[in-house]
Design a binder for this molecule. Sequence first.
Ligand code: GAL
Ligand code: MN
Length: 358
Amino acid sequence: MTSLRLVMVGRLLVVCNCCCNTANERMRGREHFLLSLVMAGGVVICWLVFSYCASVSLNQVHRQVVLNHRLQSKQAQLMEPVRTDVLTVTPWLAPIVWEGTFDPQVIDEAFMSQNLTIATTVFAVGKYTRFLQDFLESAEKHFMVGLDVHYYVFTDRPGNMPDNVTLGVGRLLSIVRVPKFARWQEISLRRMELIQTAIKDHIHRGANYIFCLDVDMRFHSRVGPEALGRLVAAIHPWFYTYPRSQYPYERRTISTAYIPLDQGDFYYQANIFGGALEDVYRLTKTCREHLEVDKSVGVEAVWQEESHLNWYLLRNKPTKLLSPEYVWDDAKERDAKEIKLVRFSSVIKNKAEVRENL
Ligand code: GAL
Ligand code: MN
């Protein structure tokens, strides 16, 4: 056994002796291989350590930014109300949005990361197409900036669209063809029906919120996500100091929009209302049905769909109210001290000239 092993070792030695040079080369090769392996391992370990450190420091930077931002936003003080000159919350605990009641940075931070799309309907029928350019240009500067906005322009004149309005990133415009109406009141009356149908047919697939705006308006200042809520309406700029018995509600009992003299919260203007799709769908559906009932008995509410909107909002309280900053009227002086800034307002127009009838 031992001799056999010796023989084998001897043979191996012989073999080794014979191939001495080749063996040395092999050894060197193996050393190189091991060296390369160690170096590669080192590189991998270094890379792992580096990327871990980098990610830690990036996280710290990120946290720092958030922290800095938080430090910058003013601390709310329970004993220091921000506005004492106006009502900032309704009796049913819905906020009323005024300048000074919110921090735009905090609002933006809360909403921007949610990838929201705001459908925005606007009716430009007949000669009202002339208002579109200013409306859109000013909306691009002030309306829901930083969010995705999909404008739906309802018009009977698709050929009269302004062609030189540049929409920002994430902003789209679609045209919805509507028939030409004989009277301006008809446009108002049909608005609820057309919005309801559009929500059902296509808007509901591509948006989180919807705002319904008048076209004969212009943005002057921010109207941002502070205006978003489930059901949102704006307080009319002409009647907010009036007792409710003097609001221009529909007062004839024959109309489904009838509101008795001793009822009512605020008088809302239909130039801007909105909310979550479901809630606005329900609103437009009810108003449409009521408008049709009225029509069948030959009644037209005093302020058309605005009267029905007011009836609906009395029974279905809005979850957020926009102060008259959000629906001002250029025909009204801006000297009221409670109006710190005008955000969106009706432009002065020659009614006789733009309307089909008086
Ligand atoms: C007017 C406004 C109308 C309607 C009316 C109600 O100032 O132009 O659209 O809201 O008030 O009285
Ligand atoms: Mn209008």
